[in-house]
Design a protein around this ligand. Structure first.
Ligand code: GRF
Length: 205
C-alpha cells in the first residue's frame, strides 16, 4: 500500500476528494500527512476530521524562502510518502525539492496546460476568450506547471461565465481526474518517458 502526502495552502476540496476516495477503497493508499504553508488553511480542519497528521511550515515565520524550503524538505522527508500531491499549493517549489522528489510529485492545475500556467488560470482563460477550458494533473518539473501531463479534462466556457462560475465547473472535473491520477500512480500504472506519461492498461497487469 502506497503512502501519499498532500501539500495544500487553502480550502482543500481536492484534498477532501482524496481522503474520501481512500476511505471508499478506490485509491489503494494511506494518507500519511497534510503539509501546509498556511496555518489558517481549511485543509487542516479536513485533515483533523480524518485523523491525518498535519505538518505546518508557516511561510511567514521563516526569514526567507530558502529557510522555508529547507523546513518543507525536512517535513516531506519525515513523512516518508511515496507520492506528494500538490493540491492547491499556492507557491512554486524550488529546484532542490523538485529534484529530490522527481517522478513522485504531482500537481493539479485548473487549465488545459500548456495554456494558462501560473496564477488565476481561469481568469486567464476568460480574458483570452477560449471556448474550451479545463484542468490538468501533471508531474512537477522545475518549470511552472510545465511537467509531463498525466490526465486532462475539457470544460466548455459558457457565454455568461465569470471567473467564479468557470472555476466551479472546472473544480468539479478536478475532483474526478485528481483521484484517478493518484489511483494510477498508486497502482504503478504510470510510466514517464521524457515529456510523455503512458498509462499502462489496467488489464495488462
Ligand atoms: C484548484 O483549482 C487547483 O487546481 C488549484 O487551486 C485550487 C485549489 O482548490 N491549484 P482546493 O483547495 O483543492 O479546494
Amino acid at each position: 500500500m502506497k503512502r501519499i502526502a498532500v501539500i495544500a495552502s487553502g480550502r482543500g476540496s481536492n484534498f477532501q476528494v482524496l481522503i474520501d476516495a481512500i476511505r471508499a477503497g478506490s485509491i489503494p493508499a494511506v494518507c500519511a500527512a497534510l503539509i501546509t504553508d498556511n496555518p489558517g488553511a481549511y485543509a487542516i480542519e479536513r485533515a483533523r476530521g480524518a485523523g491525518i497528521p498535519v505538518m505546518v511550515a508557516d511561510y511567514n515565520s521563516f526569514p526567507d524562502k530558502e529557510a522555508y524550503e529547507a523546513r518543507l524538505l525536512e517535513a516531506m522527508q519525515e513523512c516518508g510518502a511515496d507520492l506528494f500531491v500538490l493540491a492547491g499549493y499556492m507557491r512554486i517549489l524550488g529546484p532542490g525539492i523538485v529534484r529530490e522528489f522527481s517522478g513522485r510529485l504531482i500537481n493539479i492545475h485548473p487549465a488545459l496546460l500548456p495554456a494558462f500556467p501560473g496564477l488565476h488560470a481561469q481568469r486567464q482563460a476568460l480574458d483570452y476568450g477560449v471556448k474550451v477550458a479545463g484542468c490538468t494533473v501533471h508531474f512537477v518539473d522545475d518549470g511552472v506547471d510545465s511537467g509531463p501531463v498525466i490526465i486532462q479534462c475539457c470544460v466548455p466556457v459558457l457565454e455568461g461565465d465569470d471567473e467564479a462560475t468557470l472555476a466551479e465547473r472546472i473544480l468539479a472535473e478536478e475532483h474526478v481526474i485528481l483521484p484517478e491520477a493518484v489511483r494510477l500512480f498508486c497502482e504503478d500504472l504510470l510510466r514517464i518517458e521524457g515529456r510523455k506519461v503512458f498509462i499502462i492498461s489496467d488489464n495488462a497487469v
